[in-house]
Design a binder for this molecule. Sequence first.
Ligand code: AP5
Length: 216
Amino acid sequence: MRLVLLGAPGAGKGTQAKLLGEQFHVPHVSSGDLLRDAVRKQTPLGQQAKDYMDRGQLVPDDVLVGAIEERLRGRECSQGFILDGFPRTIAQAEALERMLGKIGCPIDAVISFVVPASALVDRLGGRRTCVSCGALYHTAYNPPAVAGKCDRCDGELFQRDDDKEETIRARLQVYERQTAPLLDWYRDVGTLIEVEGLGERQSVFGEIVNKLGAVA
Ligand code: AP5
């Protein structure tokens, strides 16, 4: 199973990618997580990416594409992957096609999440992430049992640096300008599946699985 998840910041890509990864037993590959890890470890990739991420701008293709290709060509992804946050531009979509063409494994489907902008801001403002296992919470919609602690592993929950209101606005504008055109691109290719992303997490997941069943 090779899926691409496409959607605005806060649309629920990471949340659904974790569920889909468990369902299909394939890794969740998140370009954002990959970059945040590189920033934390202060690798050359992280050093080049940090300033763009802090401003809510896209990291340049020449900085990121090689790292994604390395990950997708790894043994862990040989049976498939759930790709979250990549591609985000038409140039990245073309690069992904070339990468997958080399290994002879095309994408099965591109899932697009439809969520109104007002809900996105609300979701991102309340998001909390576990520093140890990466589990996602929301202060109102999916709160942990004990404030600030992960239910699964007791790790500390943190708020992402780019989830400040000003940066959220910048990220939403970048999405409209640079990423939304990909919807038509994948519609033309014929791999796009649109899902209503506003419902409860499990019902969004159910809709994805149903629609994937319909195209399988
Ligand atoms: P990235 O980490 O990819 O962030 P993003 O695309 O902005 O997406 P988010 O992770 O913010 O949101 P999401 O859709 O995953 O939502 P989530 O499931 O967490 O990118 C960060 C930065 O890295 C970029 O700005 C850029 O600088 C750089 N970057 C990354 N990829 C790049 C690329 N390809 N090219 C260039 N630069 C790149 O959900 C959000 C919240 O909502 C959570 O609290 C969750 O609990 C809650 N929630 C989820 N679903 C529901 C639901 N159904 N109902 C209620 N609440 C829900």
